[in-house]
Design a protein around this ligand. Structure first.
Ligand code: PLP
Length: 440
């Protein structure tokens, strides 16, 4: 018989082939630990992590206050199931989350992953309105479970192999100003994107508004390419949904917890959704997600109609409380604005020498560059191959950035909100070198 230490430490580490290929790979890094903006490999190499583990580590890797909170809680209780007991971190977190946003009054529900929280939002919207239909936006990403796949159209790979998908879900147009038909433009008040006409058409061709339970929207589209809508979009969507008694669900899984330079992105436009979906940045990497819903909406969830064994895990709740403390005490939302502006400004300067940088956009520390073929068509044709080479070049230079966009030609840059001005300068210089090395 082997002892615990023999099984876990002394046996050789299996090679990468034990991980199934469904986890499409972004790097082959063997990570040992993380510190702030950095990942450190088992051989001691340091990578500047501007993926933040796909928008999760807003407080940086292994923030000492979050780690201390996790350690202290883990030593006391690992699992305090929500149907069975109350625990202090959970009670404190429910209360604190419900006070994070103006408006309301809000109540919270806690679960584990982003998709699971979107599922909760959809179930709640249907039961609260008694209506069947959900509308989402083309280019949106809401997860990989059956229901959330049906809502997702960011890329075919996320859904196309899994038909049939749950029905009574329809998709409408998101205002993608740079790729607007007839010419790209800034996402400003003069935006000519016809998203409202498309939604109106949907209401006339496909579904009565009175059958629609909710419209779900990412305030800034994430996987779809970090697309910032014009300032009129969300306020107008709010008016339209109110007019028809449709609930507005803001999917803030990627935009939440300071990422865009506000606690939640809807706050940039002063919009109160009925339900707001949270995950990723909520607990600095511990699995936790949830929704905020107006209390009278949340009341429609009768006991037992929704839940889950692990939702609101006590250690994750402790991590979330420490995460919120760090965001507040270290003024990370202001830093997200400053560092995001530095990063986007630096990339815009690069546009002069690199016309392949068709668009540089973002909000706070959610920044992207869209790579195009300047000599082809009207100059906005996607260049996914170049995006791949630039991202690979950055990785060779030890900067981790990710791709996005339906054509894979967007590189999204997601620094942790603790990142410094020096780190942003370093990332900019690596991205410039990577563009040059890619022949751009
Ligand atoms: C906007 C948005 N919603 C939902 C999800 C799904 O979250 P999870 O991967 O935790 O299920 C994601 C994940 O990237 C997301 O970006």
């Amino acid at each position: 018989m082997t002892t615990m230490s023999e099984t876990s430490v002394e046996r050789p580490i299996p090679d990468h082939s034990v991980v199934p290929p469904v986890w499409g790979r972004i790097t082959n890094i063997n990570v040992d630990r993380g510190e702030g903006s950095w990942l450190i490999t088992t051989s001691g190499d340091r990578y500047l992590d501007y993926s933040s583990g796909i928008g999760v580590t807003n407080t940086g890797h292994a923030h000492p206050r979050v780690v201390a909170a996790v350690q202290a809680q883990a030593a006391k209780l690992l699992h305090g199931q929500q149907n069975i007991v109350y625990h202090e971190p959970g009670l404190r977190l429910y209360d604190r989350l419900s006070k994070l946003m103006p408006g309301g009054p809000w109540g919270a529900f806690l679960s584990n992953s982003g998709a699971e929280a979107v599922e909760a939002a959809v179930k709640l919207a249907r039961v609260a309105t008694g209506r069947p239909v959900i509308i989402s936006f083309r280019g949106g990403f809401h997860g990989r479970t059956a229901q959330t796949m049906a809502l997702t159209t960011a890329k075919d790979v996320y859904r196309a192999a899994f038909e049939p998908l749950p029905g009574s879900v329809y998709h409408t147009k998101f205002p993608y100003c740079y790729q607007a038909a007839g010419g790209g433009h800034a996402p400003d008040a003069n935006c000519t994107c016809d998203w409202e006409a498309e939604l109106d058409l949907l209401f006339h061709q496909v579904i009565y508004p009175s059958k629609v339970a909710a419209i779900i929207v990412e305030p800034v589209q994430g996987e779809g390419g970090y697309i910032v809508p014009p300032p009129t979009f969300l306020p107008r969507l709010r008016e339209i949904t109110r007019q028809h008694g449709i609930l507005l669900i803001a999917d803030e899984v990627q935009t939440g917890f300071g990422r865009t330079g506000e606690m939640f992105a809807v706050q940039h436009w002063g919009v109160d959704p009925d339900i707001l979906v949270m995950a990723k940045g909520i607990a600095s990497g511990m699995p936790l997600s949830g929704i905020l819903a107006r209390q009278e909406v949340l009341a429609a969830f009768a006991p037992g109609t929704h839940g889950g064994t692990y939702g609101g895990n006590v250690v994750s709740c402790a991590a979330a409380l420490a995460t919120l403390d760090v965001i507040e005490d270290e003024d990370l939302i202001a830093n997200a604005r400053a560092r995001g502006a530095q990063l986007a400004g630096g990339l815009r300067e690069l546009q002069a020498d690199h016309p392949v940088l068709g668009d540089v956009r973002g909000l706070g520390c959610m920044v992207a560059m869209e790579l195009v073929k300047p000599g082809v068509g009207d100059g906005r044709s996607p260049d996914a191959d170049l995006a791949k080479r630039v991202i690979a070049g950055a990785l060779e230079r030890r900067l981790i950035v990710l791709s996005a966009g339906s054509y894979g030609n967007v590189s999204r840059i997601i620094p942790p909100l603790v990142t410094t001005a020096d780190e942003v300068d370093r990332a900019l210089s690596i991205l410039e070198d990577s563009l040059r090395a890619a022949g751009a």
